[in-house]
Design a protein around this ligand. Structure first.
Ligand code: ZN
Length: 113
């Protein structure tokens, strides 16, 4: 399961940040996830509870913000939001495109005591 692997990595990062920041209990973890990472928020929350069960974040709530996908055309430089199926450039139709946003996965902040 995709979410479980992400949850395990998140849990490790949260524990690291918590000990670096002197937190003994983590109440809330705010993360940003790109649209292309394709996590199911409910599954990720459930997986995080399992992954973090023996850590300082065992009672923490996971707040997930989805970052909308954004592409850039390598040919004409246009930046645009891709459709569900069509990823080609909306201005010139080129398929030489790169992802500007949508593959991120990071912890924005951790709250606790
Ligand atoms: Zn283009």
């Amino acid at each position: 399961m995709h979410e479980l692997k992400i949850a395990e990595e998140l849990s490790a990062m949260v524990s690291h940040h918590a000990s670096a920041g002197g937190l003994t209990v983590v109440d809330r973890v705010n993360i940003s996830v790109g649209q292309f990472v394709q996590v199911v928020p409910d599954l990720l929350e459930a997986a995080f509870k399992i992954a973090a069960r023996d850590s300082v974040a065992s009672e923490a709530r996971l707040e997930i913000e989805i970052i909308a996908a954004e592409m850039r055309c390598r040919r004409c430089g246009t930046e645009y939001r891709p459709g569900d199926d069509i990823h080609a450039c909306t201005a010139c139709g080129s398929a030489e495109i790169e992802v500007v946003h949508g593959k991120e996965l990071f912890i924005k902040s951790i709250e606790g005591d």
